[in-house]
Design a protein. Structure first.
Length: 131
């Protein structure tokens, strides 16, 4: 097309590349027009009421944002997400030094904080090894 040369094509980059002010402006515009930006995000199941600044942080690094909301590290948050999605291997080892192959007990119901707590306590174990 000839038209494409005359007119500037719409911006097609990733949202990450927008300046923070642009994103915040868009969010404010949505909010002023009663368009909701709060919702349930991620597997935490909490309803967030993100500010325009929060939304910028979420776009830039979602895991870091939610880890921070939960008061844990980004790597802990990512481990927790994997745990809830597919289970986490029991951390117990047998006498031969082999790690137990079972999944930890109650992995689907753990909050990020509980996951980290159990990690610290050394209780990321299956039902048998928790006894």
């Amino acid at each position: 097309g000839m038209l494409a040369k005359k007119h500037k094509l719409p911006y097609t980059g990733s949202m990450q590349d927008y300046p923070a002010e642009t994103i915040q402006g868009i969010i404010r515009l949505l909010n002023e027009n009663k368009i909701q930006t709060e919702a349930i995000y991620e597997p935490i199941g909490c309803t967030f009421h993100p500010s325009p600044q929060d939304i910028v942080s979420m776009i830039r690094d979602r895991d870091a944002f939610f880890a921070n909301e939960c008061g844990i590290s980004k790597s802990e948050y990512q481990d927790w997400k994997k745990c809830v999605a597919g289970g986490f291997q029991c951390t117990a080892h047998n006498k031969q030094g082999e790690q137990c192959r079972k999944r930890i007990s109650g992995y689907r119901d753990l909050s990020p904080q509980q996951f980290v707590e159990r990690k610290k306590n050394g209780t990321l174990k299956c039902a048998i090894h928790l006894k």
